[in-house]
Design a protein around this ligand. Structure first.
Ligand SMILES: NC(=O)c1ccc[n+]([C@@H]2O[C@H](COP(=O)([O-])OP(=O)(O)OC[C@H]3O[C@@H](n4cnc5c(N)ncnc54)[C@H](O)[C@@H]3O)[C@@H](O)[C@H]2O)c1
Length: 414
């Protein structure tokens, strides 16, 4: 899927989009400026499987500026922004992706970026890591990073089974990632995706949010802000308790399915909304997913229940069930915030991708790490938090000597 001379018009638009993203990613741009001519990633081949958005483009440019040869493929068939992909290809970044690619094109693109024999891999969802542990075991990798919760879950399973063959930094687990990207990024962009696909009024709707983790709570918060009556479903008693005390109704999906107007899954789990739940639903119910893989809503089951299906608008499919009831599915059950909108706002990706960049440099400089899943190192996480606050013109207090001593002691201080 190399981008050709025909894509020049598209590339020009992509350059503008990249500029807009960079303008809103001051921390990453500050790190780029600090790199100057020092080229900390000189000679490194980096393969990245990420959503190819304008923000990913900004990261790819910084990696290239730091000396790396960068090849990108998409971590989701529906999330590529073709104008950005064309612009990056024109700048000498390898891009193997197009919006709406088939499953076989998706898998071929993974093969193509692995053929470049990468030294460092950046992944979102762990499909690239999984391929390197199945069919591409001969490629020697210095280390990798992982962007999302589902990817970290898969990598921890590899670590538990003793099969992980190189160190991986769980970028998702940085404070400056999950507290902001998963919560505020997905909260806003999920609302954006649903509204672009449907333009329905959220106020007054009963919105069922499945999962009250970092993503789910961001979505619940934003839906509440738009005037929805939010119902949360959970399997974790602590999270369920939090949702209750945050003011939301909590109930199992078998009950929520009969009450909701709009459903949003955000669990990282499978079979969260099944055909049995769909039979319970009201006419006109809208289903969407913001979890990483398209396994949360049983799309095949919905097909089996239906007599007809038609595309009403971009990313909005109408299913007519055998009894005549209509159910609407957004973005084929794939990440609604990336497929129907543009993914997270740049300001949030500024934090996530600053972690990605500094973690790649860390891996390059520290070649003796055991093959384990590591959290982002505290000094990197803290450096990014402080830098971001500076870019937001926000100052905070610092502990005095006496306060430090008091906080470290067990005396009452009287
Ligand atoms: N759309 C995006 O851009 C985006 C951004 C970040 C993360 N994600 C993805 O979103 C998903 C959730 O991420 P997170 O960081 O919130 O994870 P998390 O672990 O913080 O939260 C997931 C929650 O879902 C609950 N859960 C699991 N199975 C459930 C079920 N069957 N029914 C109801 N609740 C269930 C868990 O108890 C947990 O509280 C993951 O797949 C992650 O990769 C997507």
């Amino acid at each position: 899927m190399a981008y050709s001379i025909k894509d020049i018009g598209m590339a020009a638009q992509g350059v503008k989009s990249l500029g807009w993203a960079e303008q809103h990613m001051p921390t990453l741009m500050m790190l780029r400026a600090e790199v100057g001519e020092s080229r900390p990633l000189k000679g490194m081949r980096i393969a990245a499987l990420l959503h190819i958005t304008k923000e990913t483009g900004a990261l790819a440019r910084v990696l290239k500026h730091a000396g790396a040869m960068v090849n990108l493929a998409a971590s989701n068939p529906l999330s590529t922004q073709d104008d950005v992909a064309a612009a990056l290809a024109k700048e000498g970044i390898g891009v193997f992706a197009r919006r709406g690619e088939s499953s076989s094109e998706y898998n071929n693109s993974i093969k193509k970026i692995l053929k470049t024999a990468p030294d460092i891999v950046i992944d979102d969802g762990a499909d690239l890591h999984a391929a390197l542990h199945q069919d591409y075991k001969s490629i020697s990798i210095i280390g990798g990073t992982e962007e999302t919760t589902t990817g970290v879950t898969r990598l921890k399973a590899m670590e538990r089974q003793g099969v992980l063959r190189y160190p991986v930094i769980a970028v998702n687990n940085a404070h400056t990632k999950y507290l902001f990207d998963n919560r505020y990024g997905t909260g806003q962009s999920t609302a954006d995706g649903i509204m672009r696909a449907t333009n329905v009024l959220i106020a007054g709707k009963r919105v069922v949010v499945a999962g009250y983790g970092w993503v789910g709570r961001g979505i619940a918060m934003r839906m509440h802000g738009l005037g929805a009556k939010v119902i949360v479903t959970e399997v974790d008693p602590y999270k369920a308790l939090e949702a209750v005390m945050d003011g939301f109704e909590v109930m199992p999906m078998c009950d929520a399915s009969a009450k909701g107007d709009l459903f949003i899954t955000a669990t990282g789990d499978r079979d969260v909304i099944t055909a049995t739940h769909m039979k319970n639903m009201k006419n006109g119910s809208i289903l969407s997913n913001s979890g990483h893989f398209d396994v949360e809503i049983d799309v095949k089951g919905l097909g089996r229940l239906s007599s007809t299906k038609r595309q009403l608008r971009n990313n909005l499919t109408e299913y007519t069930l055998k009894g005549g009831k209509k159910i609407y599915l957004l973005s084929e059950g794939r990440l609604v915030n990336l497929a129907s909108a543009e993914g997270h706002p740049s300001e949030v990706m500024d934090l996530s991708f600053s972690n990605q960049f500094l973690s790649a440099v860390f891996l390059c400089r520290n070649r003796n790490l055991e093959p384990r899943v590591y959290n982002v190192f505290e000094d990197i996480d803290m450096r990014i938090a402080k830098a971001k606050l500076r870019t937001m013109d926000t100052r905070i207090d610092t502990l005095t000597k006496a306060q430090k001593a008091y906080m470290a002691s067990w005396s009452s201080g009287t």
